[in-house]
Design a protein around this ligand. Structure first.
Ligand code: PLP
Length: 342
């Protein structure tokens, strides 16, 4: 199967497995895993933050972030469609007791005025105080959209003035940095706390890392344990992540080019509604025109013909990654067009 369901399907390559086999390890709950300690310093540096903390998954990074930075009853402002609202089984409410205010519709971001209009002040008898504002960059459900940096800077500036903490779900921050051709630290700079993933386009088998001020990261470490995410000889994962940072980062640009090529073929079909220019990174989201089959039918037909994609909202999502070639992306696009036109 040409598997375009997600960039999370990437498998560790031989060199990565070799690095994992050779990793120096220790007990990370005692702070004694040298590979993790080195990676934490490296990622803190890459993101321009004081300290960093290993987390087993991105979902746990979001949950530890919420638990660390909010109190029950708080209001958290996010871009509509955020992973932490839609794809984490209600964990924000269950674990941290927060409510979410989603802003910005389907575009994947919101501006300063929208934020200020939605923000609820502290100390009011009725209102749930807005204590955290979050972005997701790139924004998954919006189709891998890179959030405009000036938008982030103006919202985070306003948040700082209002005493609201800022948090970035950077599951695909590397993709945003490559798309904008800027250092990851530039995209992390407006935020108090940021996390990044190794298990998506970078191709490692797991892991995320949260970075921010040392006092907040120390608190996050406690909540990581509370939520069951403190691990032991996790340096094997750190070795995979380090290998990915050393060798896989440049390949993200290829994923983006493959996504654009795939989108151009899809857009040539009368059955498909898609603007290829809107494809900025490795995620292609497209809709079917009225009269065409529904998304699940197209997904099922494509699957039978050897292409994996997801029905996502009212459309279909295809994600390019390091385990699919340019030729396979073109082939997949032709199969999807045939499935949509049949
Ligand atoms: C934007 C975003 N945030 C968080 C996550 C959660 O990451 P994980 O699958 O490692 O829990 C994902 C997963 O795809 C994601 O796309």
């Amino acid at each position: 199967m040409i598997d375009l369901r997600s960039d999370t399907v990437t498998r560790p390559c031989d060199a990565m497995r070799q690095a994992m086999a050779e990793a120096e390890v220790g007990d990370d709950q005692f702070g004694e895993d040298p590979s993790i300690n080195e990676l934490q310093e490296r990622v803190a540096d890459l993101l321009g933050k004081e300290a960093a903390l290993w987390l087993p998954t991105g979902t746990m990074a979001n949950q530890v972030g919420l638990r660390t930075l909010t109190r029950p009853g708080d209001d958290v402002v996010v871009a509509a469609g955020a992973h932490m609202v839609w794809s984490e089984t209600g964990a924000g409410a269950a674990n941290s007791g927060v409510q979410f205010t989603e802003l910005g519709g389907s575009r994947g971001w919101f501006d300063r005025d929208e934020f200020l209009a939605a923000r609820k002040p502290r100390g009011h008898e009725l209102l749930p105080p807005t204590t955290l504002v979050c972005f997701e960059d790139t924004h998954n459900r919006a189709g891998g959209v890179v959030v405009p940096l000036e938008m982030i800077e103006s919202v985070c500036g306003a948040a700082r003035t209002e005493g609201v903490t800022t948090f970035l779900d950077g599951a695909r921050l590397w993709n945003a940095a490559v798309a904008l051709d800027v250092e990851p630290a530039r995209l992390a700079a407006p935020f108090d706390v940021v996390w990044v993933a190794f298990s998506k386009g970078l191709g490692a088998p797991g892991g995320a890392m949260m970075a921010g001020p040392a006092d907040l990261i120390a608190r996050a470490r406690r909540y990581r344990r509370m939520l069951g995410g403190a691990m032991r000889q996790v340096g094997v994962f750190a070795a995979a992540a380090s290998h990915a940072l050393d060798h896989h980062m440049d390949d993200l640009a290829t994923d983006h080019a493959n996504a654009r090529a795939l989108a151009e073929i899809l857009a040539s079909s009368d059955a498909i509604s898609l603007d290829p220019a809107a494809v900025q990174t490795n995620i292609v989201f497209f809709r079917l025109v009225p009269g065409a089959p529904d998304p699940q039918t197209v997904v099922d037909r494509a699957r039978e013909a050897g292409v994996g994609v997801f029905a996502f909202g009212d459309g279909i999502r295809a994600v390019t990654h390091r385990d699919v070639s340019a030729d396979q992306c073109r082939e997949a696009a032709s199969i999807l067009v045939a499935a949509a036109e049949a």
